[in-house]
Design a binder for this molecule. Structure first.
Ligand code: ISL
Ligand code: CA
Length: 574
């Protein structure tokens, strides 16, 4: 969509506060810690910060279980600290978007506490149902067969109220009843309050799960997560999101909806090109290209042809209407170099390759903290090193199922997929705890630092002109200077090539041709687009373009044929 918007031209940097920078040495990242790093963010050149939840929370799901929407959790600092952060970002022309988690609250939120007491004002704020049939202690069985994203039934019996309540995530994350108008009003008021504090938008957690169908019907137990066909994109989800946009939001804000189980066609219903709807969506389709039918724990090799299909579908479907959110990792996903690249010999090359890819598609790139230095997955030698509720529950269920005999057998899956991979502390330097914790560096981080921190850290990367970090800087600059990066049309090239992902971007008389080798071979690829040009194409940027004997700025090798080195990416201008 060629219509200009500030958030289309922006580069987003995602901060997971718990793991970003700890100012007071208690081992937990905090807002004063982020304040120490705003100059770092400015130096990198990013435009928007997305902050994962920092609100009051018992931390059953690291803050995605909110107990008070209008306050800052003491571990993270105070409301004053937060205000200073907003000021300091704004003073540097950066914007701030906050995480909006309104599919569910914490069970310690006042609304839930009152709801379980049966307080008439809040009684209907959540999904309460009686058990079905006979069951132990007169509780009956759960009201339907839906399962939680975090394993097991999506219902928990509450002794105080004597009924079951629905939770699509952890039992400490009860789902809000969006059919209740008072719930919606309360959410809109809270959102308005945050906008009045001066924020620039929201990232909306699992926002397409908020509508559940009348009668809460059973799901098909043979289809993925049981019940998902009912609670994803439920009957009124579009209506509620429209209402929210109308009541609370204007065209000024950036709104990023996180949506599980949406395809590009469905996305168009949520991201209207006419200024209505959300700005963009975080979808999961490309997170499935190395995953089997069994869902996220069913680990497979990257299927590049499937990857091309998914990306191309989103690029084309949202070309005229809507906009893409581009990401390769976040706080819920493994580290990008470990997953889609190589975290050993070719860490540097593949880190740059993935950066090239991320910044040359149409859409708004999201960089997850540490990605700019090529941080890698970590290890979980023993079960008790796992902190994440999702991974912990998976291991428990896997061992109970009898499919695995020991943790040792499940371990490779955990190490490939645990969300903790993304949550190890940011690596700032080669000092103790990678410079993450306190000035004294003596606080034990809440999650151990990855053991590659001596080599992989911000200080080292900034001191090395050929690092992934400097490559990000260059891409950020280029994208800011050249509209074709942002608004250019996308066209897939060499569609059947199994190792190289190539495409053309065109905006009026500007044309880019991008070739990305996703593996460690040395493939040849024919790109007739390169030979069509009147003058020989210029290499604008390349993963191997700096400090290398071949001199970097290579002409297209021979006419239309390119020979690529392991994990090499090149961006040509025609
Ligand atoms: O992590 C996941 C995929 O690997 C999902 O199960 C994830 O929980 C889902 O993508 C929704 O994520 C969001 O909502 C969750 C929270 O735990 C995640 O951190 C958040 O990003 C519940 O609020
Ligand atoms: Ca701290």
């Amino acid at each position: 969509d060629l219509e200009r918007r500030w958030w289309k031209e922006a580069v987003v940097y995602q901060i997971y506060p718990r793991s970003f920078n700890d100012s007071n040495g208690d081992g937990i990242g905090d807002i004063p810690g982020i304040l120490e790093k705003v100059d770092y963010l400015e130096a990198l050149g990013v435009d928007v910060v997305w902050l994962n939840p920092v609100y009051e929370s018992p931390m059953a799901d690291n803050g995605y279980d909110i107990a008070d929407y209008r306050s800052i959790h003491p571990e993270f600092g105070t409301m004053d600290d937060w205000e200073r952060l907003l000021e300091e970002l704004h003073a540097r022309d950066m914007r701030l978007i906050m995480d909006l988690v309104v599919n569910h609250t914490s069970d310690e939120h006042e609304w839930f506490v009152r709801s379980r007491e049966g307080d008439p004002e809040y009684a209907d704020y959540y999904y309460w149902r009686e058990g079905r049939g006979d069951g132990p202690g007169g509780k009956g069985q759960p009201p339907n067969n839906w399962n939680s994203f975090f394993e097991g039934p999506a219902w928990t019996y509450d002794d105080e109220r004597g009924e079951y309540y629905l939770h699509l995530f952890d039992e400490k994350q009860p789902d809000l009843n969006w059919r209740n108008e008072a719930v919606r009003e309360s959410v809109y008021e809270m959102m308005t309050w945050w906008l009045e504090q001066g924020i620039d938008g929201f990232r909306m957690d699992v926002i397409n799960l908020i509508s559940k169908p009348e009668g809460l019907p059973d799901g098909d137990p043979d289809e993925g997560l049981t019940g998902a066909e009912h609670f994803t994109n439920g009957p009124r989800s579009g209506q509620y999101i429209d209402e929210m946009c109308e009541r609370v939001l204007s065209e000024e804000e950036m709104t990023v909806g996180e949506m599980v189980g949406v395809d590009a066609e469905t996305a168009r219903e949520y991201v209207g090109g006419d200024g209505s709807g959300l700005s963009m969506l975080i979808h999961f389709e490309h997170m499935g290209v190395d995953t089997g039918d069994g869902g996220k724990w069913d680990v497979e090799e990257l299927d590049l042809l499937e990857f091309k299909d998914v990306i191309t579908d989103w690029q084309e479907t949202l070309a005229d209407e809507g906009w893409n959110c581009l990401y390769l990792s976040n706080h819920d996903q493994p580290r990008a170099v470990s997953r889609f690249g190589d975290d050993g010999e070719y860490r540097r090359e593949s880190g740059k390759l993935l950066a090239t890819f991320l910044f040359t598609l149409q859409g708004t790139p999201f960089v997850y903290q540490g990605q700019e230095i090529g941080m890698t997955n970590t290890t979980f030698e023993t079960r008790d090193e796992i902190r994440d509720v999702e991974a912990a529950n998976f291991v428990e269920a896997a061992l109970e199922s009898g499919e695995y005999d020991s943790y040792e057998e499940v371990r490779p899956i955990v190490e490939a997929r645990s969300r903790d991979n993304a949550r190890t502390p940011m690596q700032w330097s080669d000092e103790p705890h990678a410079g993450f914790t306190g000035e004294e560096g003596d606080g034990e981080p809440w999650l151990p630092v990855n053991d590659d921190s001596e080599a992989v850290n911000v200080a080292a990367a900034r001191a090395d002109g050929d690092s992934i970090w400097h490559y990000y800087r260059e891409l950020i600059d280029l994208r800011e200077r050249r509209d074709v990066f942002v608004y250019g049309d996308y066209e897939l090239l060499a569609p059947d090539h199994p190792e190289v992902f190539a495409y053309r971007r065109t905006l009026e008389d500007e044309t880019l041709v991008v070739a990305c080798n996703f593996f460690d071979g040395e493939p040849t690829v024919e790109l007739p687009a390169l030979a069509e040009a009147e003058e020989s194409p210029d290499l604008l940027l390349g993963t191997h373009g700096h400090g290398d004997e071949n001199g970097g700025r290579r002409r297209s090798d021979s006419g239309a044929t390119l020979e690529l080195r392991p994990y090499e990416a090149r961006v040509y201008e025609l």
